[in-house]
Write a protein that binds this ligand. Structure first.
Ligand code: HEM
Length: 397
């Protein structure tokens, strides 16, 4: 099999292809997307930190100067919202936005959420186990991070059902070569989401509460557009990946029952287990970067204006960095996985994601003495954001 992100068999089993890429072709050109695939851990890690690359090039060149077609006009509202958040901009704008948002999203604030996260996880898992199980993704994996991030931002409960569809529609743009339909859907979702958040922020400015949106409205330098873009980013980034780590992680444990038993017997392994599950089957398989100045990787010249695709899933299984990389080891101590990225865009929410994952895996182990797979799960079609459609389990208290 070859690298083929549109082939469901590849999406289900990408790891043998990665082995071959790392061994034979650490840098290879992928014609269908016009990207250079980078498969080794050392290269992915170095390029994420290399300022000659960026998530955007618009701070140094126009589309035309970069040899790219202009953006279709209909996508303008989408990009206006997305580029008002820190993820899709580069310094100096990125530095400014990340610094401002970090004032409100502090490690102390995140740590103070732990009891609340624990209570939400316990409530969801109790209900799940009481009815004997069901789809773990729909009933635990999704609602937990959505509830946490929505509560943290202060989204009223009656509006929370709007968040997942908006977020899923926006994320459709991050798959490779999105269809025109997916693009139009993403534009509509971004526009509605941003308008909703602006109106909520205006309300909080007048009647502040104890939530992150109120805190962000107190940061004068943050424009209304930036505040909405930041909240869209936090809401999307704040749950999509966490949902898929939960699903992929449990599925990994079911395929490695010895490791599941080991974790059940020794709950002190939860922190290393969560890191290992993120390494072994990362939900974010690939991140892209634009090449802003000519670079050379393993003797291959990659000119300015090119795009590289950093294969996180491959980097995480690199035998040069991880001993016995295909083995799931819930006690793996030395685990420099790349699943939260590296460099200036390193995941801002990593501490919160870790709390959510430890609490949700712990709650399920505590409350369900026995968990059994009812049927083989299927993967969703997406490759870049890779997760299961559902995970149907029987849970016995
Ligand atoms: C297990 C779950 C998560 C994973 C695997 C993950 C992964 C990542 C990765 C790989 C990046 C960097 C992207 C790049 O370099 O191109 C990133 C950035 C980011 N993540 Fe996460 N993330 C997770 C959860 C969260 C949560 C819970 C939040 C917030 C509540 C969050 C907020 C962010 C933000 C704001 C950025 C942009 C940082 C910047 O551009 O400076 N993430 N995440």
């Amino acid at each position: 099999m070859l690298f083929d992100p549109w082939n469901p068999d590849f999406v289900a089993h990408p790891y043998r292809v990665y082995d071959e890429l790392r061994r034979e072709a650490p840098v290879s050109y992928f014609e269908p997307t016009g990207q250079w695939l980078i498969s080794r851990h050392a290269d992915v890690n170095a390029l994420l930190r290399d300022r000659r690359l960026g998530r955007s090039y618009l701070h140094v060149a126009t589309h035309e100067e970069f040899g790219r077609p202009p953006e279709p006009e209909f996508l303008e509202p989408f990009w206006r919202v997305i580029r008002a958040g820190m993820l899709d901009v580069e310094p100096p704008v990125h530095t400014r936005l990340r610094r401002l948002v970090s004032k409100a999203f502090t490690p102390r604030m995140v740590e103070s959420l732990r009891p609340q996260v624990r209570a939400i996880a316990a409530g969801l898992v109790d209900a799940y186990v009481d009815k004997g199980g069901g789809d773990l993704i729909a009933e635990v994996a999704e609602p937990l991070p959505v509830t946490v991030i929505a509560a943290m931002l202060g989204i009223p409960e009656q509006d929370r059902h709007l968040l997942r569809p908006w977020s899923a529609d926006i994320c459709g743009m991050y798959e490779l070569n999105p269809t025109p339909d997916a693009q139009h859907t993403a534009v509509r979702a971004a526009t509605e989401f941003s308008a909703y958040l602006k109106s909520l922020a205006r309300d909080r400015r007048a009647n502040p509460g104890d939530d992150l949106i109120s805190a962000l409205t107190r940061i004068d330098e943050l424009t209304e557009e930036e505040l909405a873009g930041t909240c869209v980013l936090l809401l999307n980034a704040g749950h999509e990946a966490t949902v898929n780590v939960t699903g992929n992680g449990w599925w990994a444990l079911f395929r490695n029952p010895g490791e599941l038993e080991r974790l059940r017997a020794d709950r002190s392994l939860l922190p290393t287990a969560v890191e290992e599950l993120m390494r072994w089957d990362t939900p974010l398989q690939m991140f892209e970067r634009w090449v802003l100045e000519d670079i050379e990787v393993h003797g291959v010249e990659i000119p300015r204006g090119s795009e590289v695709a950093l294969l996180f899933g491959s980097a995480n299984r690199d035998p040069a960095v991880f001993e016995d990389p295909d083995r799931l080891d819930v006690g793996r101590a030395d685990n420099p996985h790349i699943s939260f990225g590296a460099g200036i865009h390193f995941c801002l929410g990593a501490p919160l994601a870790r709390i959510e994952l430890i609490e949700s895996f712990g709650a399920l182990l505590d409350r369900a003495a026995k968990l059994e797979l009812r049927q083989q799960p299927a993967w969703k079609p997406g490759y870049v954001i890779r997760g299961l459609r559902s995970l149907d389990l029987t849970a016995t208290a």
